[in-house]
Write a protein that binds this ligand. Sequence first.
Ligand code: UDP
Ligand code: MG
Length: 312
Amino acid sequence: MKLGIIIPCYNEALGLDETQKRLQRLLEAMIEEKQIDKESFIVYVDDGSDDTTWEKIVGYRAKSTMCKGLKLSRNFGHQNALIAGLMQFRNDADALISMDADLQDDITLVQGFVQKYKEGYEVVYGVREDRKSDSYFKRHTATVFYKFQHFMEIESMQNHADYRLLSAKALEALSEFKEINLFLRGIVPMLGFRSCSLSYTRAKRFAGESKYPFIKMLLFAFDGIVSFSVRPLRLITLIGFLLFLLSLLGITWVVIEKFILGNTVQGWASTMVSIYFIGGIQVMSLGIIGEYVGRSFQQGKGRPRYIIEKEI
Ligand code: UDP
Ligand code: MG
């Protein structure tokens, strides 16, 4: 089988040589053992880096025809860089594996992926055995996120990032998903097909720093909810309905106070509390609705998810 490996890179010059060295060695060994076709390849997708990442990729290509490069015209973000590579090369291989550039994913798992593909699986997920290599903070926010996703009725693979194999057939299906706010790990389970997962221990970043600072991580998590579930909108309706019921009680109380008991001056506290409470909920609800409207706006414009500047 002909295998392709897709690696999105954003300012990865520091550690890319090591990644290239190890991957090339791995693929050569697999070709030697006839596990994969000799035309198998590695694609580095340069996601608008402003360091020497692209120069490095050009260098690898000069040394080995096994390496290919795709340069995006600017930084489009991890998910878009990944889909660029997958879509551009989906017809050139029997299956593509996506992997990060920082060697956090255990590359020896590639052999397992290929094995599973040969057994007839179209989608193979790389799942982290534990999160020991993560900071305390990332570990716990991840758990909260999965719980929240579950509450929002979104099915997703826990502890699976974007290390996976997709067969040409699965990639063909993926090409039908035109969403702008991409959250690949939520879409892949929707593809269906025969799938399985392999577990591995995720290492620490080999070199350089994470390209997912806290804010980016938060926005990504937000995408993972709002792109898959309309439950937040339903919750707003529910809250609105409950408040309406409460207000009926309130009205009854006011009427009794005024006409039967005759105490009408008091009530400053309850007025203030309800103004702030209802006002807060209204603004928050508008925000959530706006988020969905904004997304349909973006989708409606149908702008490209990525722009390719060069391919080598
Ligand atoms: N990445 C990218 N574009 C971006 C941000 C990140 O292509 O805008 C790549 C990055 O080079 C790496 C992968 O996405 O190969 C995952 O990023 P990172 O390792 O920084 O994330 P973390 O492992 O910390 O979640
Ligand atoms: Mg990483």
